[in-house]
Design a protein around this ligand. Structure first.
Ligand code: GDP
Length: 312
């Protein structure tokens, strides 16, 4: 995570932090004892901070066990343990970015308005800056406006884009895109889909059809399918991810609009409850406002500690 981005994230998380720390201050006061009321209050704070019910239960259960084990009597002693337990919920395993060194197709899905198109443009720019040859496929053929918007982003990201005609078959856009991909020996194909959930079966069929084209034309490609979630929608975003996962076998999540939301805790819920890695995080509308997600740095930004590492 670049320094400037970390600073933006830190500022963006201010409302989440305020809500969270204000709640904590009210619970961890002076010499108050750990009692049942303490756990209930904590639970409420975590749920209010959008950390999610399951993650909250896990965090509190662990704290209860630690309190018992270590014979803790005063609430103040629990604060660091609590933060540590929240951090643990963010652990992800595996190399979530190994696809970057291979020929890859990334499908971007998500409901309208979450930031899909914007994310496609930003991703194209990120990978182009890393020296990758990128192509964008505008497979949302339902709305002419969507294609136009994406064309504008492609231009800004200086990335070639393959479009279809309005109302055309998204799979034929994919066909054209894979041909262009091979002809130009590209590295990453980013597909902006109409991926909405109005009709699960339609979405499933549409994705399957696009995937079949890739199976046939480009069998060695690594396939990534990422859902874009708007962090400002809190628990709703979590539900969307679950629903999309039922139809699309998600390999990643992009969390947008982390700037200025009070619901930033949703990142913790998403990591803890879905077992799908958050790959990127958005903190604004500009080209530079997307970066890889790093759980440790997210927690540092949330709790305002200084440690940070730069990853390219
Ligand atoms: P789509 O309908 O899913 O393709 O969404 P768009 O890409 O058109 O984005 C919807 C709106 O969200 C636009 O006004 C974007 O500028 C805005 N947006 C996208 N990502 C972010 C972000 O990380 N932060 C903020 N503040 N706005 C964003």
């Amino acid at each position: 995570m670049a320094k400037g981005f970390f600073a933006k994230l830190q500022i963006g998380l201010a409302k989440t932090r305020d809500k969270f720390l204000w709640g904590m201050d009210n619970v961890f006061y002076d010499d108050a004892f750990v009692d049942e009321e303490f756990y209930e209050e904590l639970e409420e704070i975590l749920i209010m901070a959008d950390i999610g019910i399951n993650a909250t239960s896990r965090i509190i259960d662990k704290l209860r066990a630690q309190v018992k084990e270590q014979g803790i009597i005063h609430r103040a002693k629990c604060k660091e343990l609590l933060i540590q337990n929240i951090r643990e919920q963010m652990r992800t395993d595996g190399d979530d970015y190994s696809f970057e060194s291979k020929k890859t197709v990334i499908f971007i899905i998500g409901v309208n308005g979450v930031g899909k198109t914007t994310t496609v443009g930003k991703l194209a720019s990120i990978y182009r800056n890393k020296g990758k040859k990128v192509i964008i496929a505008a497979a949302d053929t339902y709305r002419a406006a969507a294609t136009e918007q994406l064309q504008a982003w492609a231009e800004r990201a200086q990335t070639p884009i393959i479009t279809g005609r309005e109302g055309g078959d998204p799979a034929s856009v994919i066909y054209d895109a894979t041909s262009a991909f091979k002809a130009r020996d590209c590295d990453i194909l980013i597909v902006d889909t109409a991926g909405r959930l109005h009709n699960k079966k339609n979405l499933m069929d549409e994705l399957a059809k696009m995937n079949r084209v890739i199976d046939r034309e480009f069998p060695d490609a690594v396939r990534e399918t990422w859902v874009v979630l708007d962090a400002t929608t809190g628990q709703n975003a979590l539900n969307q991810a679950r629903e999309f996962n039922e139809v699309a076998n998600l390999t990643g999540i992009v969390l947008t609009k982390m700037d200025g939301t009070a619901k930033g805790g949703i990142a913790i819920a998403v990591c803890s409850e879905l077992n799908i890695p958050v790959k990127f995080i958005g903190v604004g509308e500009g080209m530079e406002d997307l970066d890889r997600f790093n759980a440790e740095e997210f927690m540092n930004a949330l709790f305002e500690t200084e440690e940070k590492t730069d990853i390219q």
